[in-house]
Design a protein around this ligand. Structure first.
Ligand code: ZN
Length: 237
């Protein structure tokens, strides 16, 4: 997605975030998983969560100057998040598991394909009677200057706003400080889904440093761990 917002400081959120959950940042910067067992997965086990890896197939999404492709990054993060959620006994519905979109195979018009693709993603969540919908994208802006993960929700949905805020808090905590806040965004998958839903823009592919990080498996795992932690926190608070 090509959207961006600028916002104030998040020092307080950062401090609050450090007080919650048994999650720690290792000295090498790699985020460790929450301690398993006991009540670690309280509130999340048995839920149905849809993971929407943005784009796919003929639709690559954004592409960095060095050639990092959004559809590949979103899928890798989605698969890692799937792994973490399944370990917590969550029923995971993946919108896609490979490099394809969800439009009819006969449709050749790209705009129509995009419409069909987004409708299908929403339909999958509805048919699964999902408890949560997590959409994963990467951001892009003409200037290489901007960076930082940011989460969006559909305005008017208090639950989605709460979800987006908890996700944003954990993204900042796991990936390093940034000044972005969870913001309303008018995206089809957020507008048309009926369960709490959030879109995570995992960083800017237009920023060379962040694009390089997003291409690394270790960083993709950190992003997934942050989203997982945000979901855990959503169900606890
Ligand atoms: Zn996107």
């Amino acid at each position: 997605m090509r959207v961006w917002f600028f916002s104030g400081r998040q020092v307080l959120w950062w401090a609050l975030g450090c007080l919650t959950l048994g999650v720690f940042l290792g000295t090498n910067g790699i985020a460790l998983l929450p301690v398993a067992g006991g009540n670690a997965h309280r509130g999340i086990s048995g839920r149905t969560i849809v993971i929407d890896a943005g784009h796919g197939g003929v639709d690559p999404g954004a592409v960095s100057a060095a050639g990092a492709i959004e559809k590949e990054i979103t899928l890798q993060i989605a698969k890692e998040l799937e792994y973490l959620l399944k370990r917590a006994a969550v029923y995971v519905v993946m919108v896609r598991h490979g490099d394809y979109d969800l439009a009819d195979s006969s449709e050749t018009n790209l705009l129509n394909r995009k419409r069909q693709d987004l409708s299908k993603r929403v339909l999958i969540a509805k048919e699964a009677n999902a408890d949560l919908y997590i959409s994963i994208h990467a951001n892009y802006f003409p200037s290489p200057r901007w960076s930082g993960a940011q989460t969006f929700y559909y305005e008017g949905s208090a639950e989605s706003q709460h979800l987006a805020r908890t996700l944003q808090t954990e993204l900042v905590r796991y990936l390093g400080p940034n000044n972005r806040l969870a913001r309303p965004g008018d995206f089809r998958v957020l507008r048309d889904t009926t369960m709490p839903a959030a879109m995570v823009e995992v960083g800017f592919l237009s920023n060379p440093r962040e694009a390089q990080l997003l291409s690394q498996e270790s960083y993709q795992k950190q992003v997934a761990a942050a989203i997982f932690s945000g979901i855990l926190r959503y169900y606890r608070e």
